[in-house]
Design a protein around this ligand. Structure first.
Ligand code: GRF
Length: 186
């Protein structure tokens, strides 16, 4: 039987990307990495794993619609059915959303709707909340909005540093994202 094909979109270090591709029992093939930052370390991770990579620079296009139209074309050529955003630091527009309705999910390091946007872990620390966590959600045109699929929480320790909390949140992300993918794609 033909396996479901998925793409990961990432702009940075790619620790979630690595964990996802390392799963031995994923119900889909990670057939592609899409990256909007030519210097992102995630690109080497994809190269090492022999995964096709499409790198683009948004600054080279006039509009979001223009680069997303090209992305949709490439994704379709690669028969991609699902898109997993993992540190893709860019809002998805209507061109991509319409082409992949209900098939784009994202992971975010807070209990949404709290602390959307960048530096969610720092936001939680500065706010002084005692609990934060991780959310996996469907994407819409907003910043970290869209229907929530799964959340996992953790208690923030007294005087916990940004570095320590980030490590603990990443550990949860690395468990939760593969779990959700396994539940969604059967
Ligand atoms: C993660 O914290 C994810 O929740 C957020 O971006 C970060 C990506 O980290 N959307 P990495 O590149 O997977 O290490």
């Amino acid at each position: 039987m033909k396996r479901v094909r998925a793409a990961v979109f990432a702009s940075g270090s790619g620790s979630n990307f690595q964990v996802i591709i390392d799963q031995t029992d994923l119900p889909c093939e990670i057939a592609m990495l899409v990256c909007d930052n030519p210097t992102a370390p995630v690109i080497q991770k994809a190269e090492r794993a022999g995964i096709d990579t499409f790198i683009f620079e948004p600054g080279n296009y006039q509009t979001k619609e223009e680069y997303e139209s090209q992305l949709v074309q490439i994704l379709k050529q690669h028969q991609i059915q699902w898109i997993f955003l993992a540190g893709y630091m860019r809002l998805v527009g209507s061109t991509l959303l319409n082409a992949y309705e209900g098939k784009i999910i994202n992971i975010h390091p807070s209990l949404l709707p709290d602390f959307p946007g960048i530096d969610a872990i720092g936001q939680a620390l500065r706010e002084g909340v005692s609990v934060t966590g991780v959310t996996v959600h469907y994407i819409d045109e907003g910043i970290d909005t869209g229907p929530i699929i799964a959340q996992r929480s953790l208690k923030i320790s007294k005087r916990e540093s940004l570095e320590d909390l980030t490590k603990r949140i990443q550990a949860i992300e690395h468990q939760l994202y593969p779990e959700v993918i396994k539940q969604l794609i059967k």
